[in-house]
Structures are given as C-alpha cells and as structure tokens.
Design a binder for this molecule. Structure first.
Ligand code: BGC
Ligand code: CA
Length: 337
C-alpha cells in the first residue's frame, strides 16, 4: 500500500513537472517576412541561440498583417505564454498588443518600433531594436567624409550633392530615422544637398533595382550619391547602375552608394571599392537580446534583472550601430557569421 502511494505520488509529481515544464517554455516568434535579407539573419540567429535555452515556435507572416494576426490568435489558443513579434505593419501594434493584454501574456516587439503610446499601453511589453536616428547620423558621416576626400564626386562642380534616396517603407522608424538624419547631418555640417528623386522600395533588392534604373534613365550623370535605407536595396541599386556601365572600375564612371546593415554581399562590394560604406546593424546582438528576454519571461522572471542588457525607460533595448568603410569591414563579417 505504502509503495503504491509513493508510486502514485511520484507519478503525479513527474506528470505535473512535465506539465509545468512544457507550459513554461513555449514562445511564439513571428517574423514579418522570412525573405527579408536582414530579418533572415536575425531569424537564423534566434533559432541557433534559443536551442538549449527556450522552446520557440518560429513563424513567417509572409508580409501579411492578416496572416500575422491569425498566427498570433492560433498560437495563443494553443497555449504559448510569451509572444515575440516583428510586426508586418508598425501601425498594427495596437491590435497585436491588445491580444497579448487580453490574455495577460508578455510581449517582446522587435525591429519594427511601435509608437510610444503603444509601448505605454501595457506593462508587460518590451522592444528590441536600435536607435534609428543613429543609423542616419552615421550614414551622414560616411557620406560627408567620402565627399571631402573625393572632390571628383561633385560631377557638376557646384559644391552640392545631387542625391537619390531609396527608402524602406512608410511608418517604419528605421526608414524615417535614416532618411531624415543622413541629410540633416550633411546640412548641419554645411554640405549643400539637392534631392533629385526618392521612393520606397520596401527594403527589397529587386524593387530598388527597378527604381534605380528609372532614376538613371531620367537623371544619368546628374546623380552624385545614392543613399539607401538598407543594404539589400543598395545591392539592387548597384546592379542597376552597373548595367549602365557605372561602378565597374572606371573612376570616371562612378556613383558612390551608402547603405545600412552590413550584410556580407555589401561588405564584399565595399572591399572591392564598389560601395563606399554601410552602417552595421548586428543581427546577432538583436537575436541574443530577444532570446534572453523571452527565456526569462517564459520562466516568469523579470527581464530587467538581466545583467548583460541595458534598458532605456525599463522597456527599450537599443543596440548600437557602427559605421563601416573599407577600414573596418571585419566587424561586419563577424556580426553576420
Ligand atoms: C533593416 C532592413 C530590414 C528592415 C525590416 C531594418 O532595420 O535595416 O534591412 O529590411 O529592418 O523591418
Ligand atoms: Ca554637385
């Protein structure tokens, strides 16, 4: 009898431990689009780093907010107890946060920053990303230095930079921070600028390639700088201008390009002299922060107790950018290994 009671007791304990164990380690990680180059790296790093730490379900929203909303609903129903969401549309934050709040589930948003109002609307919310403005400032610095060092960039010799701006997407803090602050930095440093054309290529290489071909047909040699909100679009632009004979080694047929991210293909082009520079955004560091946060949250802990992470206003984790030119490309290779 005694033996039986012990056996039953053990069984119940093991079973409840199993329940708690499985219950406490389920996190949904929703990515806005797996085929976004930068997010692809973040996704792979999350997967790798989460391995022995926390049980995650990675899901692709395929660039559809409706899909993302459905995935979140289904996974909440299945019992996930932490959400990590890379919004499709930053403006959808309110609705997504409402889902978390309704079920009292902590939520970590990343890469697409919601408004401050949204961030203040719930007490179990965190954001992992960057200080968008900083990437624009660093782009401005790269452009400024290269402009001073290379008088031949000023093709019409009017002392001003005639540029085209390839933008990411509307309402994305990174797109705005980069478009605005790169130019602001130049103006603050007394560099004259003329905008020839700008357009949204939604972070995408092929869109940027088509856009750049149109700009080139229209403006040709008038274009003295191509400023891109990210590296995928910088590569799209580079391939476009190459089709017109630019950036193939002839110094008289060169248009400087600057991007953001530090993806390996751009770093290769920087080392060959075909792209001037980029601003490193480390997918690894962001993935590590996301995984650290969700693993603490999945155990019912408080992320603010994580010693390796610095919080702004107790809820923002903003990882630093680094300007990359041919002199320090190794930093970028490391972050994307
Ligand atoms: C990155 C882009 C990426 C975008 C996705 C930005 O921070 O620089 O490469 O496409 O995030 O939201
Ligand atoms: Ca000029």
């Amino acid at each position: 009898m005694k033996n039986l009671i012990i056996k039953v007791f053990l069984l119940v304990t093991v079973f409840s431990l199993f329940l708690i164990g499985s219950e406490k380690t389920t996190v949904l990680v929703s990515i806005y689009r797996y085929d976004d180059m930068f997010m692809g790296f973040v996704k792979n790093d999350i997967k790798e780093y989460a391995k022995d730490k926390v049980n995650i379900f990675l899901r692709d929203s395929q660039n559809s907010q409706a899909t993302q909303n459905d995935v979140i609903d289904i996974m909440i129903e299945r019992g996930v107890n932490v959400l990590a969401v890379n919004l499709v549309n930053p403006r959808a934050a309110e609705a997504v946060i409402a889902k978390a709040r309704k079920h009292d589930i902590p939520i970590v948003l990343f890469n697409k920053e919601p408004s401050k109002e949204d961030m203040d609307s719930y007490d179990k919310i965190w954001y992992v990303g960057t200080k968008s403005e900083q990437s624009g400032v660093l782009q401005g610095k790269i452009i400024h230095e290269s402009w001073i060092d290379n008088p031949q960039y000023d093709k019409n010799k009017d002392g001003k930079i005639q540029y085209v701006m390839i933008q990411g997407e509307p309402n994305h803090a990174d797109a705005i921070g980069r478009s605005v602050n790169s130019i602001k930095y130049l103006k603050d440093n007394n560099i004259g600028v003329d905008l020839l054309a700008q357009g949204e290529a939604f972070w995408d290489e092929d869109n940027a390639n088509l856009m750049m071909k149109q700009y080139l047909r229209k403006y040709g040699d008038k274009i003295e700088y191509i400023i891109s909100n990210n590296d995928s679009m910088a590569i799209g632009a580079l391939n476009a201008i190459r089709e017109f004979g630019y950036n193939k080694g002839d110094d008289n047929k060169f248009i400087p390009i600057v991007g953001v991210d530090g993806i390996p293909s751009v770093i290769d082009e920087i080392s060959k002299g075909n792209i001037v520079g980029t601003v490193l955004q480390s997918p690894k560091n962001q993935a590590y922060a996301i995984v650290d946060l969700v693993s603490v949250l999945s155990k019912g802990g408080n992320p603010l107790e994580l010693e390796n992470i610095v919080f702004e206003d107790s809820k923002y984790v903003r990882l630093p950018y680094v300007a990359i030119t041919s002199e320090n490309i190794n930093l970028a290779y490391e972050a994307y290994k």
